[in-house]
Design a protein around this ligand. Structure first.
Ligand code: ADE
Length: 233
């Protein structure tokens, strides 16, 4: 899988993409992630990527020319399955959407910035708009990093324990059960007896009950969807 990220702030993406699961998956060749500076597609001496918004509102808008030039040049190397624009207006990033994106071969993520991009980019270039939550970030770079992380962990081989991505919270529409490790007694606080029993079917049943109880208590709206069988991961 290949994910290209087009941004005016490539520096913001260096840390999150170079370490841990994403960093290792990139080194292992499981996913190719390219951070592409939008300024590479400007032609003036100031490498201008933005301009004042038309109308009375203050703020800068990313210009259409460098974005179209960049995306068209990259598309010439191979078509994208999706050209994603990060925006608080977009469809909420959920586990089902993440799962669907992880099955694609080639994605482009265009990071919004300042007051956003010229709307013609959204109308004529972008195929999908994605938000990571109902709050406003200063730019789309952190949202892009979140998306790449959530997608990469689903790629077979990216996580050491093959099954662990499947037992993540949300993967079956429920929150994950509590996890414990050694020592079995820490400051007088023990580990649930069942977990040290070695009886795997009983442990699985306990974990499922815990997942149900936690989801019902902490995320009642998620639990209702689960009960109605609306979880479409
Ligand atoms: N850009 C600014 N806020 C955002 C959000 N919540 N999700 C995705 N991109 C954004």
């Amino acid at each position: 899988m290949r994910i290209d990220i087009l941004t005016v702030l490539p520096e913001l993406l260096a840390g999150p993409l170079d370490h841990s699961i994403v960093g290792r998956a990139r080194k292992a060749g499981l996913v190719e992630v390219n951070v592409i500076p939008l300024r590479n597609y400007t032609h003036d001496r100031w490498r201008t990527v933005d301009d004042y918004a038309y109308g009375p509102d203050a703020g800068m808008v990313l210009k259409p020319e460098p974005i179209f030039e960049a995306v068209e040049a990259l598309q010439a190397e191979g078509a994208y399955d999706e050209v994603i624009y990060t925006s608080p207006d977009g469809e909420l990033l959920t586990q089902p959407l993440t799962n669907a994106l992880s099955l694609k071969g080639r994605l482009l993520i265009l990071c919004g910035h300042y007051k956003g991009v010229d709307h013609r980019v959204r109308e004529h270039l972008v195929t999908r708009e994605v938000s990571i939550g109902d709050y406003v970030l200063s730019g789309g770079e952190l949202a892009a990093a979140v998306m790449v992380d959530a997608i990469t962990r689903l790629i077979p081989g990216a996580i050491g324990d093959e099954t662990s991505a499947l037992t993540d919270s949300f993967q079956d529409g429920l929150l994950a059960p509590p996890a414990y490790t050694r020592p079995a007694n820490f400051r007088g606080w023990g580990v649930p007896e069942v977990l040290v029993s070695g009886n795997f079917p009983v442990i699985a049943q306990w974990q499922h009950e815990q997942a149900l109880e936690r989801t019902k208590r902490l995320r009642p709206e998620l639990y209702k969807r689960y009960e109605r069988g609306e979880c479409d991961t």
